[in-house]
Structure formats: C-alpha cells, structure tokens
Design a protein around this ligand. Structure first.
Ligand SMILES: *[C@@H]1O[C@H](CO)[C@@H](O)[C@H](O)[C@H]1NC(C)=O
Ligand SMILES: *[C@@H]1O[C@H](CO)[C@@H](O)[C@H](O)[C@H]1NC(C)=O
Ligand SMILES: *[C@@H]1O[C@H](CO)[C@@H](O)[C@H](O)[C@H]1NC(C)=O
Ligand SMILES: *[C@@H]1O[C@H](CO)[C@@H](O)[C@H](O)[C@H]1NC(C)=O
Ligand SMILES: *[C@@H]1O[C@H](CO)[C@@H](O)[C@H](O)[C@H]1NC(C)=O
Ligand SMILES: *[C@@H]1O[C@H](CO)[C@@H](O)[C@H](O)[C@H]1NC(C)=O
Length: 607
C-alpha cells in the first residue's frame, strides 16, 4: 500500500534517466500511430476489467500470463527501428547505438492501472476465419488501456501486442510509450507452422514452447503431422497395438496429451490441425493392425536403383488402396482423432504416391490386370472416391486439407473435390497459380521459401559415398557437397529474409488471390527433435508471421525488410527471454548498432 503510494514520486525522479523507445512489436500492427507527449508509468498492478469472459476465463487467464511476463521480464529492448546513422569517415566515429531517446513527459500523466477489454461476441469459436481484429488505445489523460475486439481471439492478440509495448524503465519500474493507437487485423486467416512428430518424437513441453512463440508472433495454426512411415506415436483406443510402432513407450502421445496441446493452444488463440498422412507415408502403426492394409513395407527403398524405388526416403510404405480392409481401419482412426481435435479442418495428407510400391500389392496388381487401361491416376482417383466420403462424413462442418500432389503430381487423381484445401509446396508461384486457377483454396508452403528443414545438415541417409570426395570424386554429382545441395534436396537454408520477401500472390488475378487462405512453414523432422526444434523454427517463423499478418511492404509499397531487421532481432531476444530456444541471427553487435551490419549503405537497396 505504502509502496504503491510512493510510485509516482519515485517515477518522476526516474523517468528523466530512462531511454524510452517507441518499441517495435512483431508482427508490426497494420496501423500504429504514436504521438510524442512521452512515456507513461505503470501502477504496481494493472488490472483487467471486462464485462464478459468465456466460461473457461480465456481473457482473465491470458491477461494474467501477459502481466506476469511483463513483471518477470522487466523487458528492455535493444535499439529499435532507427534512422540510418551518420557514419564518420575516420575511426573517431561515435557509436550508432541507441535509437529512441527518452522523451520526458511534459506534465504529470496518470499512471496506467487498468486494461479495459470489451469484446462484442465472447461466444465466437476458434475456427477458420474467426474475426481476430482488435484496437488498442492509450491516451495522455487516461489511466486505462482501452482494448476493443469483436472476439476474444482478437483481444488475445491485443495482449501480446501490449506486453511487447510495456518495457522496463531501467530502475525497477515499467513504462509505456504513448499516446498510442493501434488498429490491427491479420491479412490472412491461416497463419501456421507444421511440426512433424513421425520422423522424430517431439515432446509435449517442446510443443508448448512452439505454441508460446506462435502466440507472441500471432501465428494461429499448428499443423501437426502426427505420424509417418517411421513411427506411430499416437494412442488409438480402437487399435491399441498401433503404438507398438512408437519409438518407445515414452514417445507416445496419450489422448490426454493431445487434448492438453489443444487446450494450451486454444488458450493462446491457436488452432491445432492434425494430419494423418494417407495413403502414402504409411507403414508404422497401420501394419500392426492389418499387414494387408499397407504395401511394400519390407521392400528395399532403392534410391540407388531409382527405376525400382518404392519410396523417396526410407523406410517405404503406402496404404493398399484396393484392399478394402484399409478403409475400415482408416475410418476408425480418423473418427477417433476427429473426436479429440475440435478444429473443423483435418489434414489427410495425399502427397508423394510412389507407383513401384504397389507392385508389392496383390490387390493392386490384380486390379491393374483386370483392365489394362487403368493407370496410377485411376488408382489415385480410387483413393479419393473411397476415402474422401469417409473423411467428409465426420461432420457437416468438416473441411479437408490435402497436399497439392493429389492434383498436380504425376500420380494425381482426375477429379478432386474443389472444397478441399490444397497445401502448396512445389514450384513456388507456378503451382500457386495452377491451384488457384483451378479454384482451390490454397495454403502456401512453397519449399523454396518456407521449408525450414532445408540445408540444415545435408541428407540423412547413411552409407553415402558422395560425401567422401577424397576417394569418390563422383563425376555424376559434381560439387555435391561443396557448392552443391550437400544432400539436402531443398538446400540452401531459407533465411528469414527469403521467407519475409516472398510475394506469393505475384502475378495472380484478384480472383485467384482470394483463394489464398494463408501460409504455413513446415519443419520436417528427419534431423530435428527436442534438442533443435525451437532453434530451427525461431525466429524464422516470426518472419512468416509478419508476412501473413501485416505483409512485407510499407505504405508506399516498398519492401520494409530493412526496417523488419531490428524488429526480428529484438523479437529473437524476446523469445529467448520467454524461454524459447530461438537461434541467434547476428553478432549481438548488430542488434545493438542498427544498420552497422547492413550490406548496402543505400537504405532503398531492398525494394
Ligand atoms: C491509421 O490510424 C490513424 C490514426 O487513427 C488514421 O489517421 C489513419 O488513417 C490510419 N491509417 C490507415 C492506413 O488505416
Ligand atoms: C510396377 O508395375 C507396373 C505396372 O505393372 C510396371 O509398369 C512397372 O514397370 C513395375 N515397376 C517395376 C520397378 O518393375
Ligand atoms: C471386402 O472384400 C471381400 C472380398 O475380397 C468381400 O468379401 C467383403 O464383402 C468386402 N468388404 C467390404 C466392406 O466391401
Ligand atoms: C456416414 O455416416 C453415417 C452415419 O454414421 C453412416 O451410416 C454411413 O455409412 C457413413 N458413410 C461413410 C461413407 O462413411
Ligand atoms: C510474373 O509476371 C512478370 C511480369 O509479367 C514476369 O516477368 C514473371 O516472369 C512472372 N513470374 C512468374 C513466376 O510467372
Ligand atoms: C538506392 O537503391 C535504389 C534501388 O536499387 C536505387 O533506385 C537508388 O537509385 C539507390 N540510391 C542511391 C543514392 O544510389
């Protein structure tokens, strides 16, 4: 009591010594305007006031988290967005360090004591397309942050903005640069990352860590590629034997684990979309239920004799599309998981069908023999015709997602329902153009820009002589390692700049552009597990987050990549402070000295 009484006095003394800055939240809001009357102090405790909350107190809990973080971190951003400094020609140069200089309040302003949140519809569910907009305002004469949002999901975004705006005064107090007015809303409704727990297991706490970082950067979809040919890590009550193909009994997600991840994500405004990759990428788990429902599982994957290859990576395995027992098991597993994941969207894979794998199936070979006119496209169509009704049947609000292969690869189906959302990954703009021209809604995940596993360690296959250039200067793969892709099919590593600068709607008509629902950055986990998952996602996924929240251009239409630099460098520090093991992007010197590490002196070099 006494202490809080003393606050205003202390702070008057302190503020003059503080280097307050107009902090630079990520993603940059669509519209943020500041005036210059100076920073405002915070009271010892800032209370949430809201007329309504959800039955599970989403708003109260979210503010509680934000406030605890604000108090615990006492965040001090490094130099923020700054004008290009005047570098001197001689070594007497002054450091180009700190940007914003303290702007002392001209008069005593009331301290902030309240966050008032008004939400128009607290019942709006967290589903695709829900309104995530919000406004936030702090004025000179008020002791209250005013937040307005159509839904709680927008209000949660307001909190993650606000917690990045409140910083330490360096003396144990907290300040907010103001007056500030923000009007914010995402450009795209689907903003995600993809984790892969089939190639390597990723533990629930590490998934929480990704969700923490996603919430801070306003990403709203966790696409969860649950299984693959290598392992089946998911408890299925209908077929408890499936988890015999988990890596160990400890590397299994129980139903409670799955529900906990969904709940943790929802509390942060993030949808969880499960993926069961079918009919390809299927062996583990399924083969325990019915060995006939998968084929070529015990074949040599045969990358060394490509004509015979049954898989693009070991181990092989695909569902038997003709064997009718396949569909019974698929239905049971799909329905059980659908009961656990409340999202209306479900990803059912459909990528990378390998024809040779089916030579190991007597059902498929007999089916081909019955009618020599049948092709692999007919086989793919058979899958669509038999599996999609099962998937669609779950509920009338079910929306399916598939990888683009089912429409665009050599082994595509002839006729895939247009209401299935296609996730793009090949051939950049060309395939985005094709899919949207055909009328599909598209999630952009172009591998050349958004695959976060590219170039992080070459290929993972072993017994590979191409790496031994001393004894095998293989003329068929010149520069395989040095100057080549080094075994990583999608090398090189995608930098945050490459992600941020990707104009994925380029050359689309307005009608085509309307079909883009957003983007997601996958991190395939052949060479990733708990130890490295966060450092591969972050902070690069934050570049995607801003790209799909407020875009990569300024009001004049110029790329704002150079201004994004300080934002993402600061945000990386903020992630680490929040317990996310995000990788370093630069020597810390560059963070502390804006523009000192620019490649071009010309600040319009990136346009
Ligand atoms: C941004 O907000 C300011 C202040 O509210 C307003 O004057 C301006 O028109 C807005 N700009 C855009 C692009 O919405
Ligand atoms: C697999 O079967 C197909 C269809 O009979 C045939 O065209 C193809 O050559 C076979 N693949 C191999 C590697 O034998
Ligand atoms: C599956 O095929 C078998 C014969 O191969 C047949 O007896 C059975 O009725 C079929 N089941 C379904 C559900 O179609
Ligand atoms: C769809 O669900 C209904 C009701 O549960 C069931 O009778 C029907 O067989 C299902 N159809 C498919 C294709 O799974
Ligand atoms: C996009 O359009 C521009 C200008 O017409 C053209 O130069 C470019 O090649 C096109 N890009 C793609 C990927 O089609
Ligand atoms: C800076 O770069 C832009 C884009 O390349 C160019 O148009 C402009 O002329 C350059 N300015 C100077 C001063 O070189």
């Amino acid at each position: 009591m006494l202490l809080s009484h003393l606050w205003p006095v202390c702070l008057t003394l302190i503020v003059a010594r503080v280097t307050a800055v107009q902090v630079n939240p990520l993603p940059a809001p669509r519209n943020i305007s500041w005036a210059s009357s100076g920073s405002k102090n915070l009271a010892g405790f800032v209370t949430l006031r809201t007329a309504q909350d959800t039955p599970d107190f989403l708003l109260a809990n979210a503010w509680d988290r934000a406030w605890k973080t604000i108090v615990a971190l006492q965040w001090v951003p490094a130099a923020t967005e700054a004008p290009f400094p005047s570098f001197q020609p001689f070594p007497t140069a002054t450091a180009a360090a700190s940007s914003g200089v303290a702007r002392r309040a001209k008069r005593a302003l009331p301290s902030l004591q309240f966050v008032d949140v008004s939400v128009s519809d607290v019942t709006a569910d967290l589903q695709h397309g829900v309104d995530e907009s919000y406004t936030l305002e702090v004025t000179d004469d008020s002791n209250t942050v005013i937040i307005q949002a159509p839904t709680v999901w927008g209000a949660l975004h307001a909190f993650t903005t606000l917690q990045q705006l409140i910083i330490s005064d360096g003396q144990g107090g907290l300040i907010l640069e103001q007056p500030v007015k923000i009007q914010d809303a995402p450009l795209y409704p689907y903003r995600g990352i993809m984790i892969d727990t089939g190639r390597n297991f990723i533990s629930v706490p590490k998934i929480y860590e990704q969700l923490d970082a996603m919430a801070l950067s306003k990403l709203n979809v966790l696409h969860w590629h649950l299984d693959d040919t290598q392992s089946w890590p998911v408890q299925i009550d209908a077929y408890p034997e499936m988890v015999r193909d988990a890596y160990s009994s400890r590397e299994v997600f129980s139903h409670a684990d799955l529900r906990n991840v969904v709940a943790y994500a929802r509390a942060r405004g993030i949808r969880v979309i499960p993926e069961i990759d079918m009919p390809s990428h299927s062996a583990a788990g399924w083969k325990q239920v019915d060995p006939d429902m998968v084929t070529c599982v015990d074949s040599w994957w045969s990358n060394d004799d490509w004509a015979l290859h049954t898989a693009v990576e070991p181990p092989p395995g695909q569902m038997d599309i003709i064997y009718n027992g396949t569909y019974t098991v698929v239905r049971d597993v799909y329905n059980e998981l659908s009961d656990i994941f409340p999202d209306h969207w479900f990803h059912v894979g459909a990528d990378e069908i390998q024809p040779n794998c089916f030579n190991f199936s007597r059902y498929v070979t007999e089916w081909f023999a019955e009618d020599p006119a049948r092709t692999y496209n007919d086989l793919a169509q058979y899958w669509v015709d038999h599996a999609v009704p099962i998937f669609q049947n779950y509920s009338t609000s079910r929306r399916l997602v598939m990888w683009e292969d089912i429409v665009l690869s050599t082994e595509h189906a002839h006729d895939v329902p247009k209401n299935i959302v296609m996730q793009n990954w090949n051939n950049g703009l060309e395939y985005i153009d094709k899919l949207t021209a055909q009328g599909y809604d598209v999630i952009v995940s172009s591998a050349d820009f958004m695959y976060l596993d590219c170039g992080i360690g070459g290929g993972f296959v072993t017994n590979d002589p191409r790496y031994d250039v001393m004894s095998n200067p293989d003329p068929s793969t010149p520069n395989f390692n040095y100057g080549g892709a080094g075994g990583s099919w999608c090398a090189p590593y995608k930098t945050w700049q490459r992600i941020y600068d990707y104009d994925f709607t380029q050359n689309l008509t307005e009608a085509q552009a309307q079909h883009i629902v957003g983007a997601a950055a996958p991190l395939w986990s052949e060479q990733v597990d708990d130890v490295t998952v966060s450092s591969h996602f972050w902070p690069r996924a934050a570049a995607l987050a801003e790209l799909v929240w407020s875009g990569n251009r300024d009001e004049q239409g110029h790329k704002r990549t150079t201004l994004m630099t300080q934002r993402i460098l600061n945000f990386r520090e903020y992630l680490v402070a929040n317990g996310v093991q995000a990788t370093a992007l630069v020597p810390k010197y560059c963070l502390q000295h804006p523009h000192a590490c620019d490649f071009y002196r010309n600040q319009s070099a990136v346009q």
